[in-house]
Ligand binder design. Structure first.
Ligand SMILES: [Ca+2]
Length: 591
């Protein structure tokens, strides 16, 4: 039932490394070796997308403008919209990365206020917009994370250590709570319309209002419109790429919770696996302690560091590492007690199972494999695996993604098969399943986006503890096959080696994704690489304490468009310019 209802989405039986192996070949080499796979995808695609990727329109560059009014925007009239604040915010009131954010107009309000006939509570879509006096001519929808529920300050910040936020770049930025307040978490999950607003409808409702408000404020609407976010905000962005592609020119999805309900069920399943080897049942982190994670990371570095041509403490060829690394062979099995220098056979089995991906009792894949990456040392990875999996994910699956909604009392006792089915179910007032309202309806049909000249950049860390880069890679593979291996004409996917969820980890996690996207959309400069920098000591955008001391504090690396990976060529080992983007494992034998 589960796999068939998500045609093309569930990738049954894909094991760790298998999908990535297929992708690398399909994307970079695309010929005989795996012709069965490649041709099957391409022939479907030939019918669906006869134009391939050539000759796409180029959108003109945005033209700067100046704010014409602020306080009078209190009288802004738009259907079902109430403005509560319209005031000037002086330069320097906000700062980012040690620099002042310039003078701007803050407009706050809400849309679609209603008293729910379902639960009697008042719901509305709360928002704020920040409109810079010196405007670039661009609009940015700041897609927020988690279960939403708060109007995060509309600065256009969505990754760690952005040296410039969207407001500083001259965007008029919108932020919203997606239709419920923090106090309405999790009860909004029981309210049918609030679910849909959270899933996708808030974006659709807010966008025309935001553009109209910009037109009032600047005397003309935005020349170019962008949407960007991380985690659930990356999910919003991917959903918008399918549902609202006529409204946006550029999409930036960081660590997207692409198949978020699946990932959340997989997290609960994961908690049940970890519980089998946790020495303290109340603390799942005892299943795979920090010392043990450090041990596995060291083994990964030992086996895989040199695969990219340089022993620099980074595994840049994630794909090849999956193929050659065996936790069984690389990590000692404990003879006696666990002391951090070994893993028990039971632990090895659980770790292998978790990374291979969650399954139902009859073996059907629930979500995705995860790559084994040295970034598992990071604190955030452990938080997602051992804490969120018994707190946040059960709450979200029970009350928001599952139908009918219900509270999960004991995540370790959840019937996983039933939970996995619940995200595809509809009943009574819940006319769309969790998977329907949370994910793009046709994730490999981006015709509207492509045909209008819009572009999309997706970024994902290889050590993400909750949303798997393998899932994102599998989506990109399917997309690329659907567009006759020309998806890179309008979508590019970049993995960040070692990076955890959205940011952090032993990684170069500071990157100007929005700048790269603007250059692609408005100047036709497709990103053949994106330079990313470590946020070591002294970094203005916030220091990442997980940057190893052996690295230059501002180490840079190229992020390469998947399936390419960075490979050392020559020169300063701390500099991105010393690396080239190549197919995984190029020129080297199997280890
Ligand atoms: Ca290396």
């Amino acid at each position: 039932m589960i796999p068939t209802t998500v045609s093309g989405r569930a990738r049954g039986g894909r094991r760790q490394g298998e999908g990535r192996r297929r992708s690398r070949v399909a994307g970079a080499l695309a010929t005989l070796a795996l012709a069965g796979i490649a041709i099957a995808g391409a022939s479907t695609a030939a019918q669906a997308h006869p134009h391939g990727g050539k000759g796409l329109p180029r959108l003109s560059a945005a033209v700067p403008g100046a704010l014409q009014e602020c306080e009078s925007l209190a009288g802004f009239a738009f259907a079902s919209t109430v403005i509560t604040t319209a005031e000037v915010v002086p330069a320097g009131t906000l700062t980012n990365a040690g620099a002042d954010v310039g003078e701007h107009c803050l407009v706050q309000g809400h849309m679609n206020e209603r008293v729910s006939g379902f639960d009697g509570r008042t719901y509305r879509i709360g928002f704020e917009m920040r409109l810079p006096v010196e405007w670039s001519g661009r609009y940015l929808y700041q897609a927020n994370g988690g279960l939403d529920g708060s109007v995060s300050t509309a600065t256009g910040t969505f990754t760690g250590g952005q040296l410039q936020n969207g407001l500083q770049m001259g965007f008029a930025v919108l932020s919203s709570d997606a239709g419920h307040t923090g106090a309405q978490i999790p009860v909004f999950g029981f309210e049918p319309q609030a679910r849909l607003d959270y899933g996708y409808q808030a974006v659709g409702t807010l966008t025309p209002m935001a553009k109209a408000l910009i037109a009032d404020a600047y005397g003309r609407g935005p020349d170019r419109s962008y949407i960007a976010g991380g985690s659930n905000g990356g999910r919003h962005t991917m959903v918008a790429s399918a549902r609202y592609a006529d409204e946006y020119d550029g999409f930036l999805a960081i660590a997207p919770g692409f198949n978020l309900p699946q990932a959340a069920v997989a997290q609960i399943w994961g908690a049940q696996q970890w519980a089998e080897v946790a020495t303290d049942p109340a603390d799942l982190a005892t299943a795979f302690t920090q010392a043990e994670r450090d041990l596995v990371a060291a083994a990964l570095i030992d086996r895989c560091d040199g695969l990219d041509g340089l022993r620099d403490g980074q595994v840049l060829d994630t794909d090849r590492c999956q193929r050659i690394f065996s936790i069984d062979r690389a990590v000692p099995t404990c003879d006696g007690d666990r002391d951090g220098s070994c893993l028990s056979a039971e632990q090895k089995a659980v770790i292998a199972r978790v990374f291979a991906g969650a399954t139902t009792s009859d073996g059907a894949e629930i979500y995705s494999s995860f790559p084994l990456d040295p970034g598992i040392t990071q604190a955030g990875w452990g938080w997602w695996k051992f804490t969120a999996s018994v707190q946040l994910d059960p709450l979200a699956v029970g009350t928001v993604f599952g139908t009918p909604p219900a509270y999960i009392a004991d995540p370790l006792a959840v019937d996983i098969d039933a939970a996995a089915e619940s995200i595809y179910a509809t009943s009574g007032p819940y006319t769309e399943s969790g998977m329907e309202f949370m994910t793009p309806p046709e994730p490999t049909d981006l015709d509207t986006l492509r045909d209008r000249g819009a572009k999309m950049i997706v970024v994902h860390g290889t050590a993400d503890g909750v949303f798997s880069p393998d899932d994102t890679a599998a989506w990109y593979d399917d997309l690329d096959a659907a567009y006759r291996h020309q998806a890179d004409q309008f979508v590019r996917y970049f993995e960040v080696p070692g990076m955890g969820h959205v940011r952090g980890g032993p990684a170069t996690d500071q990157l100007d994704g929005l700048g790269a996207l603007i250059a692609w959309v408005e100047e036709g400069q497709a990103p053949d690489r994106i330079v990313a920098t470590a946020r070591g000591e002294g970094n203005a955008g916030g220091v990442n304490t997980e940057v190893p001391a052996t690295w230059a504090s501002d180490r840079s690396r190229p992020l390469c468009p998947y399936p390419l990976v960075a490979r050392y060529r020559a020169g300063d080992p701390e500099e991105a310019s010393s690396f080239v983007c190549k197919p995984s494992g190029g020129g080297h034998g199997r280890g």
